[in-house]
Design a protein around this ligand. Structure first.
Ligand code: GUN
Ligand code: FE
Length: 455
């Protein structure tokens, strides 16, 4: 059957692995009507190759759109934010420097409590999803608030606005104020199941539910057990939580669950919450036992350097080099609003800075290079979120989640100016990653659908 399609022609940069950045100066990317990448070529003769591709793919020329990128523009895969709190969108930048439990009490819980009001939730979540899309976040793992209705609204807005997302109702039954927690373990589990079925009734290609116990401190043992049961009954369901984030949090966890001797890996594993579909935010402080256990259980790590260096208590540089050395799945998260910035470009830069601090303390842990932090922000994040078959780079058969980046003239914004005659594509890419911002992200596509910019 003939289908409508889109053909992009221009430079493409994407990761093939943590250390391999592929730069194709003149690529042809064909996207079919379902938003899937139907062809990815490095053509020698553009006109001839376009003709052949159209015929081979059965794209009729009259319904196929051809985008030839302008000089200075290139295509990147969309960013995957592996750890993000949608109800903290309106509090970013507040409480910087506070220790984690104090910050939750003083800043976060009062803010998140406001999402009991569905109108407020709709207004803030609409701005949040728009804001992330504008910055090229084509997929996000979102924590919602405790509220079922607001969480459903968040998932609906992601579908409406075209953002790929994991969306979870946050579970908390204790160590939270009366005005902001689940009424009981049963209620928490009931609302969780209701949210899961609602999210599954939406566009399943775009949004998925995720179990979201906030962290062990806010969960009764019965709640963790109940969530473990839900995970067991739903083998495809993702799970996210905060893990070994900060010393204050780790001490409180140890006091509440002394039977695990301070190992959060043993704790969450005992409740059936660790496995290949687990997304563990932070993992700043890891014992050898925990590194081994988390690696063996194939959990993914959401590294959130912006937040680790500004909220939580101290300057926390997670051992990312060690995670990569062990072949663990690692991605980047903004942890917005623990992280003051909602930019994945900032997350990449901060990951480099944190890794250099780590190298200063542990010289064997070499700091991260640009291609590595870019991998973490794209393909690495897709792996952490269980989306590597769908997104993360431009492999044929994956879905087209992509950014068109502009770097010249009016498109330059405030990024380092490009020397048109001298700069290689790699140099322009480095300049964008280190100094660009949303002004350079001209168009954003999710599943082939334009979600930012002019067609
Ligand atoms: N630990 C428990 N809740 C949170 C949160 O909202 N943000 C961060 N950074 N850590 C947490
Ligand atoms: Fe967080």
């Amino acid at each position: 059957m003939a289908q409508t399609g889109t053909i992009f022609f221009g430079p493409v940069i994407h990761s093939l692995s943590a250390s391999e950045l592929e730069i194709v100066p003149f690529a042809l990317v064909a996207v079919d009507a379902e938003g899937k990448i139907a062809a990815f070529l490095d053509p020698t003769n553009f006109t001839q190759q376009v003709q052949e591709t159209l015929e081979e793919l059965n794209f009729p020329p009259e319904t196929t759109t051809i985008h030839r990128l302008s000089p200075g523009q290139f295509l990147l895969p969309g960013f995957v934010d592996t750890h993000n709190h949608a109800p903290q969108w309106a509090q970013r930048g507040l409480g910087q420097g506070m220790h984690i439990l104090d910050w939750l009490d003083a800043i976060t819980f009062p803010n998140e409590a406001r999402f009991g009001d569905a109108d407020y939730a709709r207004r803030v979540y609409a701005s949040c999803v728009d804001g992330f899309l504008r910055q090229g976040v084509t997929a996000a793992a979102y924590y919602g608030s405790v509220h079922g209705e607001a969480t459903k609204i968040l998932a609906e807005l992601c579908v409406e606005k075209g953002q790929r997302a994991l969306v979870g109702k946050c579970n908390m039954t204790r160590n939270a104020p009366d005005y902001y927690r689940d009424a009981s373990v049963d209620e928490s589990l009931r609302v969780t199941e209701e949210c899961i079925s609602h999210i599954r009734s939406l566009d399943q290609d775009l949004v998925r539910p995720v179990l979201t116990p906030r962290f062990a401190i806010s969960c009764d043992a019965d709640l963790l057990r109940g969530l473990g049961d839900i995970a067991h009954k739903n083998p495809d369901l993702a799970i996210q939580t905060h893990f070994n984030e900060a010393e204050q949090e780790m001490a409180a966890t140890r006091a509440l669950f002394p039977q695990f001797g301070g190992s959060e890996a043993d704790l969450y594993a005992a409740y059936g919450l660790l496995g290949p579909r687990s997304i563990l935010a932070h993992c700043c402080h890891m014992s050898e036992h925990e590194l081994e256990r988390v690696a063996a259980l194939q959990c993914g790590v959401a590294h959130c350097p912006t937040s680790n260096m500004t909220v939580g208590g101290g300057f926390m540089a997670a051992p990312v080099r060690e995670f990569l050395r062990r072949g663990m799945k690692v991605g980047l998260g903004t942890d917005s609003g623990g992280g003051f910035s909602s930019s994945m470009l900032d997350a990449m830069r901060h990951a480099m800075i944190a890794s250099h601090a780590r190298e200063a303390a542990a010289p064997a842990d070499k700091g991260l290079a640009i291609e590595e932090v870019f991998y973490l922000a794209t393909l690495g994040g897709a792996r952490v979120c269980g989306l590597e078959d769908k997104v993360g780079n431009f492999v044929v058969g994956k879905e087209f989640d992509a950014l068109v980046v502009g770097t010249r003239g009016r498109e330059q914004g405030i990024m380092t100016m490009v020397e048109e005659e001298e700069d290689s594509l790699r140099t322009v890419f480095d300049k964008f990653v280190m100094t660009g911002d949303d002004r350079n992200i001209l168009r954003v596509y999710v599943q082939g659908r334009l979600v930012k910019g002019e067609a």
